[in-house]
Write a protein that binds this ligand. Structure first.
Ligand SMILES: C[S@@+](CC[C@H](N)C(=O)[O-])C[C@H]1O[C@@H](n2cnc3c(N)ncnc32)[C@H](O)[C@@H]1O
Length: 365
């Protein structure tokens, strides 16, 4: 017990208490006859302590770990999702705090609404207001997605945002958790349900197809969300990003030369193979046209000056996630290299390309 307490960073008294209330009972015996933790007990203790650290009460933790339908892997996935959600919240709160500090330093008033808003904000409730400035339907990418939908008549669009890739000639239902994004959906667009991918409020096989575009990397638990899509639809189409390919960090000059922090943003993102496996999908590349109409992170690979524009960056979540220091440094260095001709020299080969494979992939199942 002492050794386990030391490894887990809790007191022996805590372990005694968990034993007394039946939460984690050391079920093995040492050679000398003392009670000890089996590998399974340690696994359970780890789950208990992780849920406790996330703020769950003892009764809630008992319910969570006592559910016999959930195995260790499912607990790890759930924990990972919860932790990632907290990280996103932390990013939003740090950004809001930075803004308030800056405003106070200039002697400006911060409204009570602004002070309170950061506490409940989701990432897209925070940054979504800047979305429609540059995020539009890119027709060539739309064509690829719509063709993958095959003959589907009813389509669920998960993480729908403002509805950029919703096909007009099919019966679409949208799912979008952020109220800021839902409010920006154009009048007359598909009905939109406030829900998250990981827990879709629909019966099994409710739709011919489910699609998700540029959203999976925002989900607390991508694999759970993909499985949900599989559950509710007979066909699944997902536009996502490949981090399996060796050297993927160097595919795009922006991350290679100016924003290495991008790697950290996707550090916990599942492998493309793992996501494909979860839904039985094949993957096809989605080239980004040189004049891509959707201002996604990779859109301006042949128009580098666009990244110097604040309104362009504000519609890309990456910049919020890496934080203002990395953003300012990247923009400054890019600006210097554009002015000195260094960028042009390094990226001469791009001038002749009309489309680039920058890791975007369409999973089709
Ligand atoms: C980059 S936007 C993409 C929107 C739209 N699919 C498009 O292509 O324009 C990402 C969207 O995912 C949504 N999102 C974040 N977490 C989600 C979750 N757990 N389930 C579903 N959508 C989520 C965000 O609110 C945001 O609207």
């Amino acid at each position: 017990m002492g050794r386990v307490a030391g490894l887990a960073g809790v007191s022996v008294r805590t372990l005694h208490h968990y034993d007394e209330i039946g939460l984690v009972r050391p079920s093995a015996r040492t050679a000398a006859g003392y009670r000890a933790y089996s590998a399974h007990d340690v696994e359970r203790l780890r789950e208990v302590l992780a849920y406790r650290r996330l703020g769950f009460g003892l009764r809630e933790v008992a319910e969570l770990v006592g559910d016999p339908s959930i195995d260790a892997v499912a607990h790890l996935r759930r924990l990972r999702g919860l932790i990632q959600e907290r990280r996103d919240h932390a990013v939003v709160m740090v950004a809001a705090i930075d803004r308030e500090l800056e405003a106070r330093a200039k002697g400006l008033m911060v409204t009570p609404e602004a002070q309170l808003e950061m506490l409940g904000a989701r990432l897209y409730d925070e940054i979504g207001g800047a979305y429609t400035a540059t995020r539009h339907t890119e027709p060539r990418i739309a064509e690829q997605i719509w063709s993958a939908l095959g003959d589907a008549r009813t389509v669920l669009n998960v993480g729908a945002g403002t509805g950029s890739y919703e096909p007009a000639d099919r019966h679409v239902t949208a799912v979008e958790p952020s109220k800021v994004m839902r409010r920006q959906r154009p009048r007359g667009s598909a009905p939109c349900v406030a829900a998250a991918a990981e827990d879709l409020p629909f019966e099994d096989h409710s739709f011919d197809a489910a699609m998700a575009v540029s959203t999976v990397h925002h989900w607390g638990d991508p694999i759970a969300g993909l499985r949900e899509m599989r559950r509710v639809a007979r066909r699944v189409v997902v536009l996502t990003f490949d981090t399996d390919e060796p050297g993927w960090q160097d595919r795009f000059w922006l991350t290679r030369d100016y924003l290495p922090e991008f790697v950290g943003v996707l550090a916990e993102f599942p492998s493309l193979a793992g996501m494909a496996d979860a839904i039985g999908a094949r993957a096809e590349p989605v080239p980004v046209p040189w004049d891509c109409a959707d201002g996604l992170f990779e859109a301006y690979w042949r128009r580098p000056r666009a990244y110097l524009e604040d309104h362009v960056r504000r519609a890309m979540s990456v910049w919020t996630k890496v934080g203002p220091d990395a953003e300012q440094r990247a923009v400054r260095n890019l600006s210097d290299d554009l002015d000195s001709g260094r960028w042009a020299e390094r990226n001469r080969a791009l001038a002749d390309l009309n489309a680039a494979d920058l890791g975007l992939r369409l999973l089709v199942a």
